[in-house]
Design a protein around this ligand. Sequence first.
Ligand SMILES: NC(=O)c1ccc[n+]([C@@H]2O[C@H](COP(=O)([O-])OP(=O)(O)OC[C@H]3O[C@@H](n4cnc5c(N)ncnc54)[C@H](O)[C@@H]3O)[C@@H](O)[C@H]2O)c1
Length: 356
Amino acid sequence: MAKRICLIGGAGFIGHNLAVALRREGHEVSVVDFLAINNEMTLIDARNRNKNTELYLWMVQERQRMFLDHDIPLYVQDARNYHELCKLLADEIRPEVVVQLAAVSHAGRSNKDPFSTFDHSFRTLENALDNSISRLNALDSSVIGAGEVSPLIEHFVYFSSSTVLGDFESDTVTEETICRPKGIYAALKLSGELLTKAYNQIAGLPYTIIRPSALYGPRCVSRRVGQIYIESAMQGGVLEIRGDGSSKSDFTCIDDLVQGLQKIIKSPRSRNETFNITAGEGRRLKDLAKIVQVNFPGTLIQYQKKDDLFPDRGTLSIEKARKLLGYSPQFKLETGIPALIRWYREDVPKNLIRKG
Ligand SMILES: NC(=O)c1ccc[n+]([C@@H]2O[C@H](COP(=O)([O-])OP(=O)(O)OC[C@H]3O[C@@H](n4cnc5c(N)ncnc54)[C@H](O)[C@@H]3O)[C@@H](O)[C@H]2O)c1
């Protein structure tokens, strides 16, 4: 059944892909985003200008074009502002489902700027959760039933991350594996999971927590490793591997994550659960580099020192999502990465790929 869905932080990489897919499924989708973290306002700031500025500006403007083409309203609003967010949600959007994506979504950047990561990742989450419940005269002890809290919406979806787990102690982990986060990003993500569960405890707010991992796909400006390798190869550069290339990540195509979220929204079995939504297979960094190299013959691979805060990882088991939701990822690295390379070759204007 069609739902009114609000994506907070929805003009980002994951959000715009989700918004379009949910709209195509017939949902009424709204996006709240202030476009100022890892988005248009960051890119046009003169202090951040580099050879990829025009390419990335084109990508984020393509996202906005897709919103227009699919009749998806974009509300340019800072989600840190509790009262403005409250007005927007209560008077304008009136969502049945809230999906919380807003964050400083990059572990390296979060460790360099803990203050603003707390603000944009945790403050925005708390505002979104608090605006998803109602209080009956919460502070007026003379009113019978005062202080009772109940959900205002049907479903709250929180985007956590596989980084909450820290270093994997076995090759495969499940949703039950003990979390040992490393660094600011992962610590705040795990805190966000606990806060989401706390709103369920105090107000019965139905939730789902999603743990994605190492996503890749079109119109991403986050400079994660797959994107860096493809752009570097197209620009005539080398592919740098940190460490010996044996460290593994569960690289996931954005289309598979979108499929997982669509199933989470549809299925009552997703409520009050945490799911790994990934490809379900840890792959070595050097496997990724080699796939890119095969598509750009002559490109060199270079080995560099490993970043100690980067956790050693592997496979996130997706058995729970398979069983409860019927989730079934369609892309392996061998198909997903060439599809992304095709997008760069066929859809991105050639003059935006600057060599050197
Ligand atoms: N991309 C991945 O590989 C990955 C993996 C695991 C988890 N996640 C999580 O998924 C979520 C979305 O990731 P993404 O890759 O789309 O990130 P992104 O950086 O592309 O998008 C985040 C969006 O949030 C917005 N935002 C930030 N602070 C805001 C604020 N105060 N008010 C309004 N909007 C605000 C930004 O403007 C941006 O458009 C994040 O929470 C991220 O931590 C992403």
